[in-house]
Unconditional design. Structure first.
Length: 185
């Protein structure tokens, strides 16, 4: 990997960390877990950056929030957010982007492969997030699923479809060396 490629990937990594943070500002509070666009950008990050660089982007975003920068939903920040009702969702972004990258790195050609990767990653985010929500708030499983998953399913279906569409439109604009590395040609 040459220096130019590394610099481009570092730039894209910073850009996607910033996009995830921007997506957190678009929040609609509906209970303990708000509706946000940050998970759309997390999905897009996994599709476009691959597992290594996507982990770096999400890790950068989470570190910025842990250090107190106002990058979490509603402009919040601080390590305490990881211990609150949404902490599991935030932490789940790391294995989710890794999973997306692992599934799609070899071939970006198939819409079905991308959709399956995003559906599985979203399910993983819910598994970790809802479990965390239940543990932190001491509510029942039906209450945790009702507050932390069911209201978000229609929106997440739209986000998955949009992430696939956006990634397929943006991918050709990325560096050709990166495209070859990811198998996009």
């Amino acid at each position: 990997m040459n220096d130019t490629h590394t610099l481009r990937m570092m730039t894209l990594t910073a850009l996607f960390a910033a996009l995830i943070a921007a997506g957190a500002y678009i929040a609609v509070p509906i209970g303990p877990v708000p509706i946000v666009l940050q998970n759309f950008f997390v999905l897009l990050t996994g599709l476009l950056l691959g597992r290594r660089w996507a982990l770096t982007a999400v890790g950068t975003y989470l570190a910025a929030g842990a250090l107190g920068l106002p990058v979490f939903a509603g402009g919040a920040g601080g390590i305490g957010r990881f211990y609150g009702p949404t902490g599991g969702y935030l932490l789940a972004y790391l294995p989710a982007v890794y999973l997306i990258g692992a599934i799609t790195e070899r071939s970006q050609r198939g819409l079905a492969r991308q959709a399956v990767a995003l559906i599985l990653a979203t399910a993983l985010i819910y598994l970790i997030g809802v479990s965390w929500l239940k543990a932190v708030t001491a509510i029942s499983w039906p209450q945790a699923v009702g507050a932390g998953m069911l209201p978000f399913l229609p929106g997440d279906a739209i986000k998955i479809a949009a992430a696939v569409g956006v990634s397929r439109a943006v991918a050709p604009m990325l560096d050709s060396t990166y495209q070859l590395e990811k198998g996009w040609r």
